[in-house]
Design a binder for this molecule. Structure first.
Ligand SMILES: C[S@@+](CC[C@H](N)C(=O)[O-])C[C@H]1O[C@@H](n2cnc3c(N)ncnc32)[C@H](O)[C@@H]1O
Length: 364
């Protein structure tokens, strides 16, 4: 078959847009880590690279090349005087309000630096992947080191900080019971943000966060100590399993069932832990049934399948008998079938708007 020169050019362009994204993502990581975005956000007027370098204590030549990458990628805004001959101080850089929200404002629900925080660790795992493709065995979350756990914390907490207490919990119907004092378990709790937030809001209830990541538990315990809260506790379920005596009122799983090697066993443990009138809030990626639907309906499908290989599916295959669901592996139908197989009889999707996640309320 002959090669169409236009299609060839277009395909090469398509390929290199992926490399552009990958390399620019590295620059986003640096912008966050080096405080460049925060400095631009805090500046009362657009900054030259000399001013930006001076504010951040960095070398101007490096900051300039970074700023050119960011402005060329349209992630950072710029103004140019275009004098002839061009002068270093012609170009000034600034962030629009939307760019500030996503790049520099950790308290904004749309803050997006978490996955970029852990980009080096995520990409580092590429070195382990050829072996995984041969053996079938992946790596759990601790393979991403302590910054992997912080990256996850920074990924999920901005939205949760703004929405968990006012929007998500009311939709579960659990608020009165939480106020009165009940037993709550957050499984796959990561760095513990949801547990700490709920424990602060509902002092009469008791919260246990479970995770198998040593780094996430260390971080969660540090934050627990700093918080001074006495109604929260973190545990590794391999040494301190979830109770199996139907004594827990509310179980949460945020973005973690698809990462687990044995999701059905965990669902069965949740069933055994929950009181007959208990509730399980399952939050997981809004996946569709099958690749074709995901590719058609999810503009981020290629990102998600890639993250799955490097992180989620790898974690879910980190034991030889792992289920390997992966990032887009827990569609609503799969979740419902698995929950019913684990002994639950009621499965409802909650009407909560989130760009990536779906919310389900599941009852015995
Ligand atoms: C994507 S993170 C989500 C963390 C947290 N729920 C959040 O929203 O920030 C997935 C977490 O699930 C944990 N995990 C995986 N398998 C687990 C298991 N069998 N039991 C408990 N936690 C598990 C991982 O260690 C990781 O911390």
């Amino acid at each position: 078959m002959s090669i169409n020169p236009d299609k060839l050019k277009f395909f090469s362009f398509l390929l290199f847009t992926k490399l552009e994204g990958a390399v620019t993502s590295g620059m986003v990581h640096l912008g966050d880590q080096l405080g460049l975005y925060r400095a631009l956000a805090a500046a009362p007027q657009p900054l030259t690279t000399t001013q930006l370098a001076s504010t951040t204590g960095l070398q101007e030549r490096w900051v300039r090349e970074w700023a050119y990458n960011q402005a060329a990628a349209k992630l950072v805004s710029f103004l140019s005087l275009r004098s002839q001959p061009p002068d270093l101080n012609d170009d000034t850089f600034f962030l629009s309000p939307e760019q500030i929200a996503v790049l520099a404002d950790e308290s904004h629900p749309a803050f997006g630096m978490g996955m970029f925080h852990r980009l080096p660790q995520t990409m580092e795992s590429l070195k382990r992947m050829p072996e995984s493709f041969r053996t079938g065995l992946g790596y759990n979350y601790d393979s991403h080191g302590p910054d992997g756990a912080v990256g996850i914390e920074r990924s999920f907490e901005p939205w949760n900080n703004a929405n968990l207490i006012p929007t998500v919990l009311p939709a579960t119907g659990m608020v009165d019971r939480l106020r009165n004092g009940v037993a709550v378990a957050d499984i796959g709790c990561g760095a513990g943000g949801a547990v700490l937030r709920m424990a602060r809001e509902y002092p009469a209830s008791n919260f246990v966060g479970y995770d198998i990541s040593h780094y996430a538990l260390t971080r969660a315990n540090e934050r627990l100590r700093d918080s001074g809260l006495t109604n929260a506790h973190f545990a590794d379920p391999r040494s301190e399993p979830l109770p199996s005596d139907n004594s827990v009122d509310f179980v949460c799983t945020f973005d973690c069932i698809h990462d687990m090697t044995h999701p059905l066993t965990v669902m069965q443990s949740i069933r055994a832990a929950l009181r007959p009138d208990g509730n399980w809030l399952l939050v997981d990626i809004k996946a569709h049934d099958g690749f074709a639907m995901n590719a058609e309906k999810n503009p981020m499908a290629s990102l998600m399948y890639g993250i799955s290989v490097l992180s989620c599916m790898s974690s879910a295959l980190s034991t030889p008998d792992g289920a390997g669901l992966g990032t887009l592996g827990l569609s609503e139908m799969t979740a419902e079938n698995m929950a019913r197989a684990a002994g639950f009889t009621q499965f409802d999707r909650l009407d909560i708007d989130h760009s990536v996640n779906a919310f389900y309320l599941i009852r015995p």
